[in-house]
Design a protein around this ligand. Sequence first.
Ligand SMILES: [Zn+2]
Length: 463
Amino acid sequence: MTNVFDRLTGQRAVAQELTDAATAARVLASRLDAGPPAPAAADFDVAEHDDAELDASVLDAADFDSPDFDAPDFDSPGFDDPIFDGPTPSPVVVPRASMTHAWLFTGPPGSGRSVAATCFAAALQCQHPDVVGCGECRACVTVMAQTHADVRHIVPQGLSLSVDSMREIVQAAARRPGTGRWQIVVVEDADRLTEQAANALLKVVEEPPSRTVFLLCAPSVDPEDISVTLRSRCRHVPLATPTVADIERVLIDRDGLDADAARWAASVCGGHIGRARRLATDPEAREQRDKALALARAATRDSTAYAAAEELVKSADAAAKAISAERDEAETEEMKTALGAGGTGKGTARPPRGTAGALKELEKRQKSRATRVGRDTLDRALVDLAALYRDALVVSMGAQVTAMHPDKAADIAIPMAAYASPEQLLRCVEAVLECREVLDQNVKPKFAVDAMVATIGQVMRSN
Ligand SMILES: [Zn+2]
């Protein structure tokens, strides 16, 4: 049996916490199913309760995290400490963990934060009588395939998540679950919420329906990524960066890569499993990385700096177009068919009214998504470049820290450390980070990258 949490590479503590919470959630769900607790009196008459009273008491029972839920039932000897050493005093394993309505998973893109959220959703809906998140029941399988009717995945497609999509989410979240225990909303990239969208979400998170669970994913708890109020309503689950050895094992065991490719990809991926897989299997991703890292040398000479900068921006653009093109075409065809245009049957020759508007709207969305993919690709390249300067800085300080690009040490990082002072290298790191920041503020990529190579050139020539 493969538990859903087996997918969380190098996150043993997180997997345990989520398993405990999902177990507690089961107890809670069965209490909700049972309705309000029966009074002691034998002649309990349901008719005495009107609907409003009944609802209120159900909500009471659903008060997650309440002392009533946590304490009395589970307070057997040996459960005073969440972690106890030595033999379990009782054969009955009862989790102390509690459940809550809103969760925030943080970690850099690629750290598996949305995978963790999805696994947790599966564990919450899992139908196996004894295992939480069995990975094999219909609920687990459909949640992991993102086809479960009571688990919604919100993935911002453009640069930000609009208030309209958030309103849809809020409406859906208020419904009772169909087949599952909970109505679950997974918001990937919650850092891309617009302010109004975040406010709409905050409202429902503050007063959640008893059967609704929100799982938000963001890079960090920095106020730039998630509003302070929203964060304060969520239980925080920080994901650890998996080790090189963890990633290597996944690439070999799960993806069937050969040991050499896996070792190399794990060592240069910066802790991102998805990126490691792409680097190991996609020659274009490797080329893109080489281009980014070659910028370090090119930037030191005027004659090569701007051509290399342009090349980097162009290749990020091309990569984004390639990723988007396929999806766009399929979507457009689908919409045309749905609208009755593009068919060949009688009466479909002329597209119905409104078609052009809908297609234009779709085109706009696709364009916004392509821009985002392009930015993400370029940002990835800049992170790589900053890491290379950091490697040179590590060499120049003689620090005992693992290199981010060990394969480029002899070729670039070591010579660079011999050529430039630590101060210069630090200023290069800053120039790259500045470039990332201005890109985030919608500066045209070409201008931002040109400004960066100009700064780096100046710094490196100031010997
Ligand atoms: Zn299951």
